[in-house]
Design a protein around this ligand. Structure first.
Ligand code: ADP
Ligand code: ADP
Ligand code: MG
Length: 471
């Protein structure tokens, strides 16, 4: 078993990994940059080391991190999500220096991180992929010709993209001409690569992804699916497990496809295979070779501790479960509570948390690194808390979600929490009839009033009474 793990990340996911280590008797080492000095991961890990003043450079410096792991006697590095988690160079450096990278082999990260290469491997393995480019596009002319063959609308995508960025829908040749340079520039800035490709745009699809686990002994299992169709600008807001929109046959089929995909590339550790679904068609979209933000809901319905399994797999142990051991029960929802103002085009709202009361009660889990008095630094993701609820039935999980969102008090910054209550309350959501267009098709859900505090309500009542009494 691993003895000491360096966590090359920050925020809630670093805390999540510290927790798994603590339960398994593994020592944890945090890294931080100065703006994160008061971060919870720093306080909670067994040891913590500063990587300098720059808010980001330290988290993105493979050589420095691997050297620190060696100097502090760590046998492994957990990369979390984002940052270096899908950086094949980082994983390779770990391999070369004899530090276990908690994830798949560097070649697999490389092959899957490149979305066109991933599409090739999946096609070869017999997994259906969206119709589109064979490789990267050479130029705009090739893009226009291919789009003409596939038929509009098409999706223009950054080959090394992630986090919902570097993706544009193009509805016509004019649109494509306009978007082409934009996507290239966005891809170059965000991902350091100008490579782009095209695929058919699946209109109003559902985003269904399958969690898989694979050990070094050739065992691969899936932990059922998550429905991440509630998205804004290709970024997930609310995630659901299992999907309330799948039949048992579809569930079994898509779970099998994900296992086939993982086996085809000799995958090891935790990963997610993302698909788009429309009617009865399923298309492979991409594979994320790391723990995902929404792994929590799969944990809620299966009882499997995914980070614990990651640490066990990296220790060389066999999976704790065979496929038939893995069952799911009930439904789970995850709300990504972002420090953003939904009423102001989701503008980031960083600042000091003046007051935070955690939601609680039955079936509620919170993963966060915030606390009262914490100042959210402006340099990182705006997601500041993950609220996860579980219940036996769909109706109950919705009621529980609304109740838990009501429980929570997060003052000092604007958040997406109240907006999510509107989504949960929508009849289409309640009858589990939604796809990735739900959010853009319901701008009216942004017209909610922020819940008033009791003092304000008392004041409003007093003035209403006064008005009636003719004072
Ligand atoms: P998940 O797939 O786990 O739902 P997201 O797509 O929300 O995760 O991404 C999680 C974090 O990782 C975000 O901070 C996102 O910006 C970052 N991220 C994801 N993919 C990449 C990538 N290819 N390059 C850089 N950052 C990425
Ligand atoms: P990322 O690496 O940023 O997560 P993905 O390729 O997973 O990018 O796509 C993110 C989201 O964009 C999907 O969940 C889906 O909503 C939308 N999307 C991507 N490709 C297509 C497509 N071909 N047709 C329709 N929607 C798509
Ligand atoms: Mg994706």
């Amino acid at each position: 078993m691993l003895k000491k793990v360096l966590i090359a990340n920050r925020g809630e996911i670093a805390v999540r990994i510290v927790r798994a280590c603590a339960e398994m008797g593994i020592r944890s080492v945090a890294i931080y940059t100065e703006p994160d000095r008061y971060g919870l991961h720093v306080k909670r890990a067994d040891e913590a080391y500063s990587l300098g003043e720059d808010p980001l450079a330290g988290y993105l410096d493979p050589a420095r991190i691997v050297n620190l792991a060696l100097e502090t006697g760590c046998d492994a590095i957990h990369p979390g999500y984002g940052f270096l988690s899908e950086n094949a160079t980082f994983a390779r450096l770990c391999e070369e220096k004899g530090v276990t990278f908690i994830g798949p082999k560097s070649e697999v990260i490389h092959g899957m991180g490149d979305k066109t290469q991933a599409r090739d491997s999946m096609r070869a393995a017999g997994v259906p992929v969206t119709p589109g480019s064979d490789g990267n596009l050479a130029d705009l002319d090739e893009a226009l010709q291919l789009a003409g063959e596939i038929g509009y609308p098409v999706m223009l995508k950054a080959t090394s993209g992630g986090g919902g960025r570097g993706i544009r829908r193009c509805d016509s040749p004019e649109d494509l001409k306009q978007q082409y340079p934009r996507v290239i520039s966005e891809a170059t800035k965000a991902f350091g690569s100008a490579d782009v490709f095209l695929e058919k745009c699946i209109v109003n699809p559902r985003h269904i992804e399958v969690q898989i686990l694979a050990d070094r002994h050739g065992n691969v299992v899936h932990l059922f699916e998550r429905d991440c169709s509630i998205q804004r600008r290709n970024q997930k807001l609310i995630e659901i497990a299992p999907s309330p929109q799948l039949t048992p046959e579809q569930r079994q089929y898509i779970g099998g496809l994900a296992v086939k995909a993982a086996e085809a590339v000799d995958y090891v550790n935790a990963g997610t295979v993302e698909f788009l679904l429309t009617g009865n068609e399923v298309y492979f979209m991409e594979m994320n070779t790391r723990v995902q933000v929404e792994h929590t809901i799969t944990e809620a319905i299966t009882g499997v501790d995914i980070v614990r399994e990651q640490l066990r797999i990296a220790s060389g142990l066999e999976l704790s479960y065979r496929q038939e051991d893995i069952q799911y029960r009930g439904y789970a929802l995850q709300f990504r509570i972002n420090a953003e103002d939904p009423k102001n085009d989701f503008l980031p709202s960083f600042g000091r948390i003046s007051h935070y009361y955690a939601p609680g009660g039955p079936g509620v889990r919170v993963d966060t690194a915030i606390y009262t008095g914490y100042e959210i630094p402006p340099y990182y993701d705006s997601m500041c808390l993950k609220l996860v609820v579980w219940a036996l039935t769909w109706d109950e999980v919705i009621a529980r979600g609304i109740r838990a969102l009501d429980d929570m008090r997060l003052h000092g910054i604007k958040t997406t929490a109240n907006y999510y209550k509107q989504i949960l309350d929508h009849p289409d959501f309640r009858r589990h009839d939604f796809n990735t267009s739900f959010v853009p098709e319901h701008p009216e859900l942004l017209n909610y009033s922020e819940k008033r505090q009791p003092a304000e309500i008392a004041l409003a009542l007093a003035s209403a009474i006064a008005a009636h009494a003719g004072w």
